[in-house]
Design a protein. Sequence first.
Length: 364
Amino acid sequence: MTDHLTAADHDAIAAELDALREEIMSALGERDASYIRRVIRWQRGLEITGRALLMASSVPPAWVAGTATLTVAKILENMEIGHNVMHGQWDWMRDPKIHSTTWEWDNVSPAEQWKHSHNFVHHTYTNVIGKDNDVGYGILRVAPEQKWSPAHLPQPLYNLLLAMFFEYGVAVHDLETGKVLAGKVDPEVTKEKLRQIGRKIARQWGKDYVAFPLLSGPQFLSTLAANFTANVARNVWAHMIIFCGHFPGDVDVFAKDRLDGETKGEWYVRQLCGSANITGGPLFHLMTGNLSHQIEHHLFPDMPSNRYAEIAPRIRALCEKYDLPYHTGSLSKQVTSTWKKIFKYALPPAERRRRQPRAWATGR
């Protein structure tokens, strides 16, 4: 898909994107700072409102309203605030309260482990099979280049469970269990990571499943159920948006040798071809953490998310100029495409199925 590009093309693409990044980053100012502070105020207000409504959670309307409000608050905290703050998008403000080194999000995944597995590993080796652990999250086969095994047959069920409990899948992501099982990781390092995960889970469970239910007194069980529901709903939403940004049918994956001598321009092109956007309006983009602009995010992961919609038309024009794909589509299109791929690659490759004789042909 990119064979038509010359070395000069790659250098020109890098120069154009570097110039665009410099233009936007040098223009950051009070408008941007006000944006993230406003989102944080709204998120905290929604969380307080949701928690307050759940004090009367034995009344069905209050339970529904409180659960929905808390869900929205959790989505905003994880997607538009936590994810982007920990990417360093707001470090330029030099505000210790909104800084990548100090933020700890409302999620069972420890921030430091997430920043390594996501910011470094995933964003460096995007969609390179064998290097980017986000390609299938270690349990799903989402590309024909991945080796098939019978364990992939039930992967639609794996994916459903992963969606419901996505924060736990993210929490263990940095453990790199494949390397652990192969004895390639110091056991003490793994034990320390597990202790950190355990402490974070205890903190989150203590807040959502002990402290706030207890504060609601006789509404303990209904508040407990509401918190669980809000967490699952947040997990499903985050999983859907992230998978739609990485796994729709037309997104590329790459072999390890793609990294050999990779130039900056080639890195940029890999991000373009290995990501997908989701169309929608301003509220939708906010609720996705602007990861509906996944292409722009992968090109400039430390650029403030409120700027992605602004630069998207220019990125699309660059793709047209160099005859590169700009993968985008509605949420329904991207969800359908992603699930089709998960079902399709759960099955063995066609050539393998042809090689396996049927029972009637062998007399069994």
